[in-house]
Design a protein around this ligand. Structure first.
Ligand code: AKB
Length: 320
């Protein structure tokens, strides 16, 4: 039987693509999109859509009851860069929303939860290359703290109350449909937009800042794979390390230059540099690979080709 899914935060970068993909698999009538406002008209007009406030238990529960929801993907969050500007807002949204869905599952209103964690759970004392699943975690951003604490609560609800919650530590996600907002890895999306529009980009990180990244299609596949894996295969109930590629701003600029030779990059690092410097450069995801056969597909070159092709269409311009 198909799950009956509610996506909270469906207007955002990952939520929007997840909505379309889940509808193509389970049918439009089984996937309800929701967000705090009508901020993404492609999503709002694409099928069932509800205004849901992720910080309001009654608002989520009302929607769960209205549609007989059994599965929630909680994609609403304040990311790393915005979190540093509004620490208490990030804490409140990221934690309250998680408790609401965990408590809905504990009370048996829903059966399954997906909740994204992030590489932001790691900090400056974490080994930076091939960061293992189990290691020192001392995040220095509010966002990272909410994700680390959230992971502990997910595991706690699983062990104490049998809640089926599944989670991935997403790296920076690169996509062309909906732009990300408020993250430190956002430069790796902005750079493609600016390359197509202006042929130049001023990067807020230094040229050699290496970070783990992934193409959206891989992130969506990983999310759906872990959610459809057999219960006993999902051994980790905090959150799985998840990896694809790692690159620096200089490397992504070089990859863009292969297609747009006149493209120019400059560097004006800001407060986001300290956030990036506190995160791993590459991730070891062997638990995900061995546990439920995870493997990424898209290389940096594949991503650059796809991004430039799609954004050229979107902005109605020619790259060469
Ligand atoms: C961010 O940059 O804050 C996010 C993340 C890595 O979780 N993209």
């Amino acid at each position: 039987m198909n799950p009956k899914i509610l996506i909270i935060g469906a207007c955002g970068q990952i939520g929007s693509e997840l909505t379309f993909k889940l509808r193509s698999i389970y049918g439009d009538e089984n996937v309800i999109a929701s967000d705090i406002s009508y901020s993404n008209l492609d999503i709002v007009n694409s099928g069932f859509f509800e205004i849901v406030d992720a910080q309001d238990y009654a608002s989520i529960k009302g929607c769960v009851e209205k549609y007989n929801i059994d599965t929630i993907y909680l994609m609403a969050a304040i990311l790393s860069a915005t979190g540093e500007k509004f620490p208490m807002k990030a804490w409140d949204l990221n934690m309250n929303s998680l408790f609401h869905v965990l408590n809905l599952a504990k009370a048996k209103f829903i059966k399954q939860i997906f909740w994204p964690s992030s590489i932001a759970v790691f900090g400056p004392s974490t080994p930076t290359e091939s960061t293992p699943q189990y290691t020192t975690m001392e995040p220095t951003t509010v966002y990272g703290i909410t994700k680390q604490v959230g992971e502990r609560w997910c595991e706690y609800y699983n062990q104490k109350y049998g809640v089926d919650v599944r989670s991935l530590r997403y790296p920076g996600i690169i996509s062309w449909k909906t732009q990300p907002g408020g993250g430190t890895t956002d430069y790796a999306v902005d750079i493609y937009h600016k390359a197509v529009i202006d042929k130049k980009y001023d990067c807020f990180l230094t040229e050699n800042t290496k970070l783990p990244m992934m193409f959206m299609d891989d992130a969506i596949k990983a999310t759906i794979d872990i959610m459809s894996a057999d219960n006993d295969v999902v051994k980790i109930r905090s959150s799985y390390n998840l990896a694809a590629i790692s690159f620096t701003p200089k490397e992504v600029a070089a990859s863009i230059k292969q297609h747009i030779p006149e493209f120019e990059i400059s560097y004006t690092p800001d407060y986001r540099q300290a956030i990036a410097d506190s995160w791993p450069k590459s991730i070891n995801d062997e638990e995900a690979r061995e546990g439920w056969n995870w493997k990424y597909t898209f290389s940096l070159e594949d991503i650059t080709k796809k991004m430039l092709f799609q954004l050229e269409k979107k902005y109605n311009t020619t790259v060469k």
